[in-house]
Design a protein around this ligand. Structure first.
Ligand SMILES: [Zn+2]
Length: 282
């Protein structure tokens, strides 16, 4: 699942390559991925993309006409960049090709086809976009606001962080890293956090996202990000390896399509949770 740092780096790579290029060809290979009918996708022909931004996990491509192409990659989608000669794959969902034969391709790597594309006149027409919560690098993302949100709904902390209504852009991997950084259990109930813990969480969110983005930028260089990159992470994906802080083996809870990693000593008072006790995370 691409999260904010990956989407930021993807946006940077796309900006350097496709801005202001006339769109010459549009092909929809998986019609169910395109969620809007008007304007039709053919309205992209001859247009140029003049700005590329991100809001939460939505990619926002602004066209010269004022229309917006909004792409949500969800759990297993990706936005590929292809240059002339690179072959199409059966995972391709939507291809938008430019006058120099380069193309951006929305790819759905999963079987459930959750990635989606909206072509709209107004961003307000895109479901869930207006409900996206605070951007971690905006001034209004304060410890006070976060504390209010934490108190507003009783849920497990990791589920809260992944829920896009509160904090924008986080997913499964970065939330593991954030909670490890501020020594909070992923299973802690939101309403039980103290203000101090909420402050620590707010700082950790900013720190981990900032560091992650910087590391990805370094890894990618002048290339384009091709997939999620977790190699630099402290605990996510490191089940059974030593905690970098205390040497305790990192614990993991597996769900059908994701897993949570945490250090029992640093984060849950020594407690190792059994899968059935942790309950399903959203
Ligand atoms: Zn530890």
């Amino acid at each position: 699942m691409p999260e904010m740092p990956e989407l930021e780096i993807l946006c940077e790579g796309m900006r350097a390559r496709i801005l202001e290029r006339p769109i010459e060809r549009v092909a929809v290979h998986q019609p169910s991925v395109v969620k809007t009918f008007y304007p039709p996708m053919t309205a992209l022909l001859g247009q140029k993309i003049i700005a590329i931004d991100r809001r939460g996990k939505f990619l926002l491509l602004l066209l010269q006409s004022g229309d917006h192409l909004v792409i949500q990659l969800q759990r297993s989608g990706w936005l590929d960049y292809r240059v002339n000669g690179e072959e199409a794959t059966e995972l391709d969902a939507v291809t938008i090709a430019f006058d120099d034969s380069s193309a951006i391709v929305v790819v759905e790597r999963g079987s459930r086809r959750r990635a989606n594309v909206h072509l709209v006149k107004e961003l307000s027409a895109v479901p869930f976009l207006s409900g996206v919560g605070l951007e971690p690098f905006d001034d209004n993302f304060t410890a006070e606001r976060l504390f209010e949100y934490l108190q507003s709904e009783r849920m497990q902390l990791k589920s809260f962080l992944i829920d896009q209504r509160f904090v924008a852009g986080l997913g499964n991997a970065y939330t593991d890293e954030i909670l490890f950084d501020c020594r909070l259990s992923p299973f802690k109930i939101t309403t039980t956090l103290t203000f101090q813990e909420s402050q620590n969480l707010q700082s950790a969110i900013k720190k981990i996202l900032q560091e992650g983005t910087a590391k990805l930028r370094e890894i990618v260089g002048d290339k384009i990000l091709r997939c999620e990159e977790h190699s630099f992470m402290a605990i996510h994906g490191r089940s059974g390896q030593s905690c970098p802080r205390c040497d305790t083996p990192i614990a993991e809870i597996r769900y059908s399509d994701r897993s949570t990693h945490y250090c029992p000593k640093c984060q849950s008072g020594g407690k190792v949770y059994a899968d059935r006790r942790a309950g399903p995370l959203k």
